[in-house]
Design a binder for this molecule. Structure first.
Ligand code: FES
Length: 159
């Protein structure tokens, strides 16, 4: 039975009508036309659908709409501010940390989530935080460099 759900996405309030079991990913892509988050496995295993819920990386393909209670949702589309890319997006470009790009939105969102609670992650910490995000093109080394670059930029900006 469809219900109405208020959703706070990328700084804006939306109301969607859907069944409580509908995945957050479906609602983002189909109801709100936010197609940056990708459908990969649909089972919480690949990370292509990652969004931030209150700043924490979350697999939106396995997150039922009915389980989200007043949490702030941030998708890849919500990272740029006033026309400027997020430092993590800039770092992925600078380090050439993508090939086909299918995993990239989820990678960037997961990496932003990592820096939200660890401003200076070590390489093993980056690997651990990102290991649920799969890249079939094999750009992992460059992704690690991009996360390190963005962490440095953010630390310098915070001084
Ligand atoms: Fe959600 Fe793969 S599509 S983890």
């Amino acid at each position: 039975m469809p219900n109405q759900y208020p959703l706070y996405v990328n700084g804006k309030m939306h109301t969607v009508q859907a069944d409580p079991e509908t995945s957050l990913l479906s609602v983002l892509r189909e109801d709100l036309n936010l197609t940056g988050s990708k459908y990969g496995c649909g089972e919480g295993q690949c990370g292509a659908c990652t969004v931030l819920l209150d700043g924490k990386p979350t697999r939106s393909c396995i997150t039922p709409l009915g389980s989200i209670l007043k949490q702030k949702i941030t998708t890849i589309e919500g990272l740029e501010k006033e026309g400027r890319l997020h430092p993590m997006q800039e770092a992925f470009l600078a380090e050439d940390a993508l090939q086909c790009g299918y995993c990239t939105a989820g990678m960037i969102v997961s990496a932003v989530g990592l820096l939200n609670h660890n401003a200076a992650p070590t390489e093993p910490e980056i690997v651990t935080a990102m290991q649920g995000n799969l890249c079939r093109c094999g750009t992992y080394r460059r992704i690690i460099k991009a996360v390190q670059r963005a962490a440095g930029v953010q630390r310098r900006a915070a001084r």
